[in-house]
Design a binder for this molecule. Sequence first.
Ligand code: UDP
Length: 255
Amino acid sequence: MEKVKILNINFSNYTLSRFLEIFHSRIKEGKKTFVVTANPEIVMHAKKNGDYYRTLQKADYITPDGIGILLASKILKTPIRERVTGYDLMGELLKIAEKMRWKVYLFGAKEQTLEKAYQNMKKKHPSLHIVGRHHGYVDINDPRVAQEIETLEPDITFVALGFPKQEYWIARYLDQFNKGLFLGVGGSFDVWSGEVKRAPKIWIDLHLEWFYRFLKQPWRLKRLLVLPEFLIKIILLRIKECIKNDESAAHQFRK
Ligand code: UDP
């Protein structure tokens, strides 16, 4: 299945490498692309907030970011191939961008964090063409960053304002741009700056990255509590589906 619906959000069911192929060809063709990397918090926020739901509808691709999404897809018997995070997509896109000499714009995080992230990216990818950057503490109604991006015409803009602000920002200014891939990447610049450590591989492989993040940033507990609520909704949905299937099977049998 190419699309998997989870609580009314349509996820693209591709592997990381397939996403990269698709984005590569869209960038080559100069097609404008809006990508959301959605975890259970994003799905739940969209469920409770109509504006945000409509904003996500404008995305060209929604990637499954988080083990909670994969688990939900399994419960609903429409399994998603793999987890595709904003951080991983960004890392791979930077490699391709360096090779292809694509123009990259960085938007988000605190001024100092962004600066460190920028320096580390240049260290890792010396030929990377970063055409501009701006910290993320701007009012969403302030059009100046969008105007700069419109003029610079980057091939990829990484938008690291955290959700829901990054999706609102992209959706709001998208029409203004002629080309480019716009990817919401949450706290990725914090990791690039070295201020936040990503979980060691073993934690990621054991699907415990969320727990590692909680141990490192315990103030995120409130956000983590959305996960059980999300899974309960998914389980109830599955039960409802099973009851419906049983009823229609009984109906067929009686006929
Ligand atoms: N941020 C920003 N502008 C804002 C609010 C947040 O640039 O108005 C940045 C913040 O500095 C951090 C990122 O957005 O770098 C949010 O990270 P978080 O881990 O909260 O995002 P998530 O990955 O959970 O969406």
